[in-house]
Design a protein around this ligand. Structure first.
Ligand code: NAI
Length: 409
């Protein structure tokens, strides 16, 4: 009887679109799943057809998982976005179908931190201009205005995953590191917090931004903040384009108050390669412009494959939704003495009373239970005696409020 409903792994089809890194494919295959890979994005009709028998769909930014596509994916258990953004998925439509969506918000943080360190050295040595001049056949050798970064002060705004790594790497270069964050953050090494943005701006030789895009950080660095920076200091932004007023920065570079800037993110970014790019910073001295490549490395792609692949595996194998972006988050350690029932239900009054009634009537002994809800959907994990699990599973699956129920053993 036990084999009747716990779905065999070699029947679970994982559809990976858009050249997702092979680390994800390997992870699924090693766990016994069937993996189908498609190199590019599919057109809409092909997508509707392909998703019909997929249990897990992996996408990057080009595939739109609309309500219609999700409805066509009748067997779908979860979606993996092998990237940061998730706005290509109708998250609410997935939620009400009991489908968690996972992404990889932190896999590329090291890549950004390394780029920032490289840029700090570039700015201190005016490397961007040097390289350009020599490519143009101009030999200009000078030490004037070129500096070591050892002993200089780096101010980090936003001391999260990236900011704190930048702080650690900068210290290895012999920099003194200050940081400003609205949340209380544990300092790494000898990094030190400061109490205000102004304190950070007035004390730093280099300022680097690592805040998220929020209403609070929108236009956070304006002319008045740049004026507070030390004369001859440098600004780095690899966070979000909405954070720095680039016109004000351009003016401060022209007036030589700011000695250079490295910018990776812009208020308006071209949608695809080859499209025209414009910025008030173009052509200014000691300005390093990069096309939003902070997180774009092979290593980051590989770790995105592992991070999102693991989240999908954890959900399929034990029901964990711990890092889902659209779904109540729950995680319970697996027990060897239990069967596990995973139930997504409509979040309406009376559901738990009904489920408790079923458990009572079937005399089910509960070993562990965890309920989490959001506005629309409730997610219940129940570990229970093996002898009644099948009946409990069937009874819960047949409730009107049931969205999706699975049994694991
Ligand atoms: P995180 O969430 O780990 O850290 C952000 C930190 O900023 C948090 O400690 C938070 O408390 C702090 N913060 C929020 N509002 C603030 C404010 N008003 N003032 C001061 N601190 C504030 O984020 P993570 O992973 O470090 O990413 C940081 C930024 O880097 C994000 O904007 C992200 O989108 C961007 N990013 C850019 C990439 C690129 O390719 N250039 C790649 C990856 C991330």
């Amino acid at each position: 009887m036990a084999q009747a409903t716990s779905f065999p792994k070699d029947k679970i089809k994982v559809l990976l679109l858009e050249n997702i890194h092979s680390s994800a494919r390997d992870l699924f295959r090693e766990d016994g799943f069937i993996v189908e890979e498609v190199h590019g994005a599919l057109d809409y009709d092909a997508l509707l057809k392909q998703v019909a028998d997929a249990h897990i769909i992996g996408i990057r930014s080009k595939t739109q998982l609309t309500e219609e596509v999700l409805a066509a994916a009748k067997r779908l258990l979860c979606v993996g976005c092998f990237c940061i953004g998730t706005n290509q998925v109708d998250l609410q439509a997935a939620n009400v179908r009991g489908i968690p969506v996972f992404n990889a918000p932190f896999s590329n943080t090291r890549s950004v931190a390394e780029l920032v360190l490289a840029e700090i050295v570039m700015l201190a040595r005016q490397l961007g201009d040097c390289v350009r001049q020599l490519h143009q056949g101009q030999w200009i050798k000078s030490a004037t205005g070129r500096h070591e970064i050892r002993g200089k002060t780096l101010g980090v705004i936003g001391y999260g995953h990236i900011g704190s790594q930048v702080g650690v790497l900068a210290e290895a270069f012999g920099m003194r590191v200050l940081y400003y964050d609205i949340a209380k953050k544990l300092p790494m090494g000898n990094n030190r917090p400061v109490a205000s943005l102004e304190a950070l701006l007035t004390q730093s030789d280099f300022v680097t931004l690592h805040v998220p895009a929020t209403s609070q950080t929108q236009g956070m660095i304006q002319a008045e903040h740049i004026a507070q920076m030390r004369p001859g200091s440098y600004l780095v932004n690899a966070s979000r384009g909405s954070v720095v007023n680039l016109e004000a920065l351009a003016e401060a570079i022209k007036s030589e108050h700011i000695a250079g800037a490295a910018i990776d993110v812009y208020p308006k970014e071209p949608k695809k390669n080859g499209e025209h790019f414009d910025s008030p910073l173009i052509g200014l001295p000691n300005v390093v412009l990069t096309p939003h490549i902070g997180g774009s490395t092979e290593e980051a792609q590989e770790s995105i494959g592992v991070e999102v692949g693991s989240a999908c595996l954890d959900f399929t194998n034990n029901g964990s939704t711990a890092s889902a972006v659209n779904f109540p988050q729950a995680e319970l350690p697996l027990r060897s003495d239990s069967h596990r029932i995973l139930n997504a239900h409509k979040n309406v009054p009376g559901v738990m009373a009904e489920i408790s009634r079923i458990l009572g009537e079937l005399n089910a002994n509960i070993h562990a239970q965890h309920l989490v809800t959001d506005d629309a959907t409730g997610y219940l994990i129940t570990d229970l005696d093996k002898n009644v699990s099948e009946e409990v599973y069937r009874a819960i699956s047949s409730l009107d409020t049931n969205i999706k129920t699975r049994i694991l053993y």
